[in-house]
Design a protein around this ligand. Structure first.
Ligand SMILES: [Cu+2]
Length: 109
């Protein structure tokens, strides 16, 4: 993870805490374990390079699905895309991209 990404993610975490702290009856949400459970779900679509058959689709779908906090994984061979939702409190998009690259596929963008 780049230095800028680290700074950004720590700022985002601070922002979430600040927002939660500003709301009434949010004392339990302020706890970090609860933050994890109440993390914001982000939906995204990545362009995957190097998928040539259904085995590739299964491989890419499998590695994305294994990552904690990721759900609704949909990999499409024709459009060369992987769509999924992830809990930003449990994983970062960079971690998903890294897992795909380590499996031998490329991620565009
Ligand atoms: Cu293949």
């Amino acid at each position: 993870m780049s230095k800028i990404a680290k700074v950004l993610s720590s700022q985002t975490g601070f922002l979430i805490r600040a927002i939660l702290a500003a709301q009434p009856f949010s004392e339990s949400l302020y706890d970090s374990d609860d933050l994890r459970q109440n993390g914001q779900m982000e939906k995204t679509t990545l362009t995957i390079e190097g998928m040539s058959c259904e085995h590739c689709v299964k491989a890419v779908s499998g590695i994305i699905s294994e990552i904690a906090g990721v759900s609704d994984v949909l990999v499409d061979l024709k459009s060369k895309t992987a769509s999924f939702s992830y809990d930003s409190a449990q994983t970062e998009l960079d971690a998903v991209k890294k897992a795909i690259v380590e499996e031998g596929y490329g991620v565009a963008g």
